[in-house]
Design a protein around this ligand. Structure first.
Ligand SMILES: [Fe+2]
Length: 317
C-alpha cells in the first residue's frame, strides 16, 4: 500500500488504516476502496449522499487564520457528563464531502516537530462498569516549543500523577506558559491550580495572573493564538458550547489537533452523540477537524491519524 505523499514508509506503516468515513463522493458511496473496508461498518450514521456539502463552521486558511462570523454558542446546559442521552437523529447534518477520509491508530504518544512537538502525557480512557458507573479520565497533552502548553489537566484525583508525568519530561509546573482546558468537565480541568502563573484558557474563559480575564474572539469563531500560525486554540463547539481544541501546525506529521472531547476516541460513532450538548453542532466541528488535522488526539483514547486523498491501488507484494 502506497504511503501518502510526504509521509515516510516507516511512519505510515505504524498507522495501518482502520476506519473510513463515507463520503458524498461516488467512490465512497459503497466502500472506501483505498482501504477495502465498507465505510458503513465504521460510520453507519452518515447515510445521505444527495445533499450538498455544508459550509464548514471554521475555515483554516494558510497561516491558520479562521474566517469569523460564527454565531455565538448557546448557553451550556447543566447535565450529567457521563449519562448517555438518546442519540438525536432529527438533525444528523449533511454527509461528508470531498476526498475520502480514513483514520488509523498513530501507535505512538509523541509527534516530533520543530519548533513544536506534541507528546501525550496521559492517554485518556473511559470504561463502563457493570454497576452502571463509568470510569474515565481525560487525555493530557504537552505541546513543547518556544511556548510550553499543557492541553487538559486530567481529573483532580490525578494531581500527583500529573506532577510525576511532567517531572519525567523535565518540566516544572512553573515552566508551563499556557494551560488550555478544552472544556470544563472535571476529567479535563482537574488540576488548574498547579499552574497559577500560566495563561489559562478554560472553554472560552481566558485569564492570566490573579483573576484578570482577557478579551478574545473565540465566541465569534476566531482562534486564540498561542504562537500565531503554529499553535492556536480554535473553537470546536458541540460537546459543550464553549469547547475548544488546540491546533499545532508544522509537526513531522503535519497538523495535530488536540481535540478534547470533540472526539471521544477513534471510531467513536457509537458514543459521542450521547455525550454531546449539541450533536449537530459537534458534527460540524468534527467535519472541520477531519478536514484539517493529520493527527487527532481525542479526549478518551489514543491518538489517531487522519488520511485523506484519492483511492490508490495497493502496492504489489
Ligand atoms: Fe467532556
Amino acid at each position: 500500500m502506497a504511503a501518502p505523499a510526504g509521509l515516510s514508509r516507516k511512519l505510515f506503516k505504524m498507522a495501518a488504516p482502520r476506519n473510513c468515513f463515507r463520503s458524498a463522493s461516488p467512490l465512497l458511496s459503497e466502500a472506501c476502496p483505498r482501504w477495502r473496508r465498507p465505510a458503513e461498518e465504521c460510520f453507519p450514521s452518515v447515510t445521505s449522499a444527495e445533499e450538498p456539502a455544508p459550509p464548514l463552521p471554521h475555515v483554516v486558511a494558510p497561516g491558520s487564520h479562521f474566517r469569523s462570523g460564527l454565531t455565538r454558542a448557546p448557553p451550556a446546559r447543566g447535565r450529567d457528563h457521563w449519562r448517555q442521552r438518546p442519540a438525536q437523529t432529527s438533525d444528523p447534518g449533511p454527509p461528508m464531502s470531498g476526498p475520502p477520509v480514513c483514520t488509523a491508530p498513530l501507535g505512538a504518544p509523541l509527534i516530533p516537530g520543530t519548533p513544536y512537538s506534541v507528546l501525550v502525557l496521559q492517554e485518556g480512557y473511559s470504561r463502563a462498569l457493570p454497576d452502571g458507573r463509568t470510569e474515565a479520565d481525560g487525555s493530557v497533552t504537552l505541546v513543547r516549543g518556544p511556548q510550553l502548553t499543557l492541553v487538559d489537566t486530567g481529573g483532580p484525583w490525578g494531581r500527583e500523577q500529573l506532577l510525576a508525568q511532567l517531572a519525567a519530561q523535565g518540566v516544572a509546573p512553573g515552566a508551563v506558559t499556557h494551560v488550555v482546558c478544552t472544556h470544563g468537565h472535571s476529567d479535563h480541568a482537574g488540576n488548574l491550580n498547579l499552574f497559577p502563573q500560566a495563561t489559562l484558557l478554560v472553554g472560552f474563559d481566558l485569564s492570566r495572573g490573579r483573576g484578570l480575564y482577557l478579551p478574545h474572539g473565540l465566541g465569534a469563531g476566531a482562534p486564540y493564538p498561542i504562537d500565531p500560525g503554529r499553535v492556536e486554540v480554535v473553537p470546536t463547539p458541540g460537546h459543550t458550547a464553549a469547547h475548544t481544541s488546540v491546533l499545532v501546525q508544522g509537526t513531522a506529521l503535519g497538523s495535530v489537533l488536540v481535540a478534547g472531547d470533540l472526539f471521544e476516541r477513534e471510531a467513536d460513532e457509537d458514543v459521542w452523540r450521547g455525550l454531546s450538548e449539541d450533536p449537530a453542532r459537534q458534527e460540524r466541528s468534527r467535519r472541520w477537524a477531519l478536514s484539517v488535522a493529520d493527527v487527532v488526539i481525542p479526549g478518551h483514547g489514543p491518538p489517531f491519524r487522519v488520511l485523506r486523498g484519492e483511492p490508490q491501488a495497493p502496492e504489489p507484494n
